[in-house]
Structure formats: structure tokens, C-alpha cells
Design a protein around this ligand. Structure first.
Ligand code: ZN
Length: 295
């Protein structure tokens, strides 16, 4: 295990315990989340060493990487994913006129393929071999890592970079930030989707909240800790947008973690309540943060 002695975003060495939970999805191992007293960031600590992180994704059921449609939850997930592709591209278009897009953590490449068909010049990064092969069958410029992308397209600058539920998985935030800054054009736009630990469903399910997804989620960002980190690096937060379906999906999984089975009605109720409460508070289950590169 890798114990962090300084905060991954502000460097402070003062933390307090926040929550103890476990990997309900795969290993059943226990993990801690701590909160930085300097910037408020919540992060998984200790966490598996970088070379072991891949082991925690090795399941047929890790549906963000697979296309297997078995059971109610994966089927629903696939249906909603197809529906949300359109709304993500719409969001993209409202900030950037068609140009070069990098989807960082592109999975099987559905978003890349969707945008490519609509005139975007697309690139992807995906570390998972199986998912990357599927992505490559849809579009050619898909790389294993940011280093491989830089080797192959050293001078490419992007008008938009998207990280759809990806940033929370990346072990080295500082090097990711340096890369994002260098790879984005001046005035380029970043789209960062993240689960929100301040949402109603997070407060309701507490340690069983599926979007803690320990230890795969290394950070549990909130608007304040995230925007401070990006502002320090030369980005301005220009908008925060809701993701309405995530509350339902996360509640379905959380019900399973809490009761050992998927309880459909309580999950729908929790998902609905989460969205309704967020109309006032803005604390949706997942949020898309839109940043513009200003420096
Ligand atoms: Zn900090």
C-alpha cells in the first residue's frame, strides 16, 4: 500500500479521517478516505501502489469498460450512456466550435466515435487494453497513455479535452495537470465529470455510496477543492452542469452494496429525491465542471 503524507493537490500534510469503507465491487478490502485540512480535498489514503491499481479493475462487471449486456443495471447503464452521448456533445458545442477533441480515458470510444461522425478531429487515451482495442476499431488515434500520445502526435493542441469520470482514477494528478495545460490550446475548454460527495445520495448511503468506488476512486472532489486546484494551474471555472441519470445508477448500485441485492424502488426514490433536492442546492449526484484555460 502507498501512504500519502502530503495532499495530492495542495501539498499540506495535515489531514483528518473522513470515512472508512470498502471495495464492495471486487476485493472487499477496507480503505480510508481522509480530508486535507489545507484545501478540503478528500482522498483515499492509503491506496494501492500504482502498479497494483490495475488489479482492482479486473472484473467482467466493470461496465464502464465492457459492452456485455447482462442484467438490469448494465442494460440500463448502456441505454443511458447512448442517450447521454448526444447531450455531452451538445455541451461541447456550446463552448467550442468544432475542432480537435481529446477524450482522456475514452473507454471503448463511444464518445469519440459520436463526435468524429459530427466533424470533430478526435484523439483518445485509454490504459485498458481490451477497451482500447474496441476504441481503435472505431477511430485510429487512440493511445495507451499521455506519453504515447505525445510520442505520436507531439505538436497536437486540442480545442477541447474531456475527462468523463476519469480524473478521480488517475494516480499522478500533478503530471496530469501539466499535460492538460500543455495539450490544450489557449482559451481551450476542459470538461471534467465527477461524482459529488455532497449530493443527497452520498449523504443517504454514507459508507455504502457506490460512487466512493474504493480504491478505484483515489479522490472525492467537491466543487471547492476541485476549482481551487484548477485555478492554481491557470484554469477558470466557467460552468457546473448536472448529470441527471447518475443519481439513479449510483443509488441502484448502493442499494446492492447495502442490502446485498438490487432494490429497484428504493433506488429510484433515492435517485429522484437526489435530483429534486439538487434543484435548490446544485449538489447533483454527478457534476460536469467546465474550465477554460486562461493562462
Ligand atoms: Zn490539500
Amino acid at each position: 500500500m502507498n501512504t500519502l503524507y502530503s495532499c495530492p493537490t495542495c501539498g499540506s500534510n495535515q489531514f483528518k479521517p473522513f470515512l472508512k469503507s470498502k471495495d464492495y465491487f471486487l476485493s472487499q478490502e477496507e480503505f480510508n478516505i481522509v480530508q486535507c485540512l489545507g484545501c478540503g480535498l478528500k482522498f483515499t489514503n492509503p491506496r494501492p501502489i500504482d502498479s497494483m491499481l490495475g488489479e482492482y479493475y479486473k472484473s467482467q462487471d466493470y461496465i464502464s469498460h465492457s459492452n456485455t449486456k447482462r442484467g438490469l443495471v448494465p442494460t440500463l447503464y448502456q441505454w443511458i450512456r447512448n442517450y447521454t452521448l448526444g447531450s455531452k456533445e451538445k455541451l461541447l458545442n456550446s463552448y467550442v466550435s468544432r475542432g480537435t477533441l481529446l477524450d482522456y480515458g475514452c473507454g471503448s470510444g463511444h464518445f469519440l466515435a459520436h463526435c468524429q461522425k459530427r466533424g470533430w478531429k478526435v484523439h483518445g487515451i485509454e490504459p485498458d487494453n481490451g477497451a482500447r482495442e474496441i476504441a481503435k476499431s472505431q477511430t485510429e488515434r487512440v493511445y495507451k497513455s499521455k506519453e504515447e500520445l505525445l510520442e505520436n502526435s507531439p505538436n497536437t493542441q486540442f480545442s477541447a479535452i474531456s475527462l468523463w469520470h476519469v480524473l478521480e482514477h488517475l494516480p499522478n494528478l500533478t503530471s496530469v495537470m501539466d499535460f492538460l495545460k500543455a495539450a490544450l490550446e489557449k482559451e481551450g475548454v476542459l470538461f471534467v465529470a465527477l461524482p459529488n460527495p455532497l449530493s443527497y445520495d452520498a449523504c443517504h448511503y454514507k459508507t455504502h455510496w457506490a460512487a466512493y468506488d474504493l480504491p478505484r476512486h483515489l479522490y472525492h472532489f467537491e466543487k471547492e477543492s476541485l476549482s481551487r486546484f484548477f485555478q492554481q494551474s491557470g484554469f477558470a471555472l466557467v460552468a457546473v452542469k448536472p448529470m441527471y441519470f447518475d443519481s439513479f445508477y449510483v443509488s441502484l448500485l448502493s442499494e446492492k452494496y447495502l442490502h446485498g441485492k438490487t432494490r429497484f424502488l428504493p433506488a429510484i426514490w433515492s435517485g429522484l429525491l437526489s435530483n429534486l433536492k439538487a434543484i435548490r442546492s446544485g449538489q447533483y449526484s454527478s457534476l460536469i465542471y467546465v474550465f477554460r484555460k486562461v493562462k
